[in-house]
Design a protein around this ligand. Sequence first.
Ligand code: NDP
Length: 279
Amino acid sequence: MAGRVEGKVAFITGAARGQGRSHAVRLAQEGADIIAVDICKQVRENMVIPTATSDDLAMTADLVKETGRRIVTAEVDVRDFDALKAAVDSGVEQLGRLDIVVANAGIGNGGDTLDKTSEEDWQEMIDINLSGIWKSVKAAVPHVIAGGNGGSIILTSSVGGLKAYPQTGAYIAAKHGVVGLARLFAVELGQHSIRVNSIHPTNVNTPMFMNEGTMKMFRPDLENPGPDDMAIVAKLMHVLPIGWVEPEDISNAVLFLASDESRYITGLPMTVDAGSMLK
Ligand code: NDP
């Protein structure tokens, strides 16, 4: 039986680990070849969350190949348009076409209220989580248009792109901006039958969320909180009785948006949030 994205090619950013890796594997399982990029190093020194590595991106490649699909990888910073363009151009040359873009790479700094956020932290967040999404689409979309088959673009925002949480101001602003980008691209690219939607996960079980800093943020009352301690508080965010979702849950939504099953859905902010927006 043909896969749900059989014969298509998908370009995915932030694919060395977490959701990006999961999207790559899920789309490959359903028949797509993959162009995968990731920075594979610290965005800057002293990042709280441990960074992805070249080995992580190689692991993504292995997992995609195990499905029988092809993959082209490159170590690219989404702030660097020329490098993004070179990676996509090379990927399309090798794989023959481009149909799907998943602009997923992002960072998750936080901790300060907006009035205390440094200009450096603000700028870095906007450069990666907002401008990086724009540059990823800008680098890729000429190939999708040239293919003449339409296409699907999925921009990773967050529940934090639809509502505000304190002490994450730059992140919230960037993720709200992603909704604007999705709407604008949807309006401009519709004439080419290219659909553009944003996806809005709640907490996802990836290194960005499942780390010591987040556990301490959720449980400042405990000396050494663990996942079970965090879950008690994280559950309060949701209608469904869970503290977080798994990367595969986001990938299944990405797959639906990438496939022709959603052929007339465009400009949609799609939540995968266990009901967080109802709270
Ligand atoms: P991860 O930290 O596991 O993965 C993010 C990946 O993006 C990392 O491999 C990281 O590389 C890469 N990356 C970061 N900056 C850049 C850059 N400038 N250029 C290229 N690659 C980069 O987190 P997730 O998989 O969870 O995050 C994926 C997306 O989902 C992000 O946009 C995030 O904001 C969003 N999201 C996450 C939620 C969560 O709870 N986890 C909730 C809602 C949204 P490296 O580690 O080497 O820096």
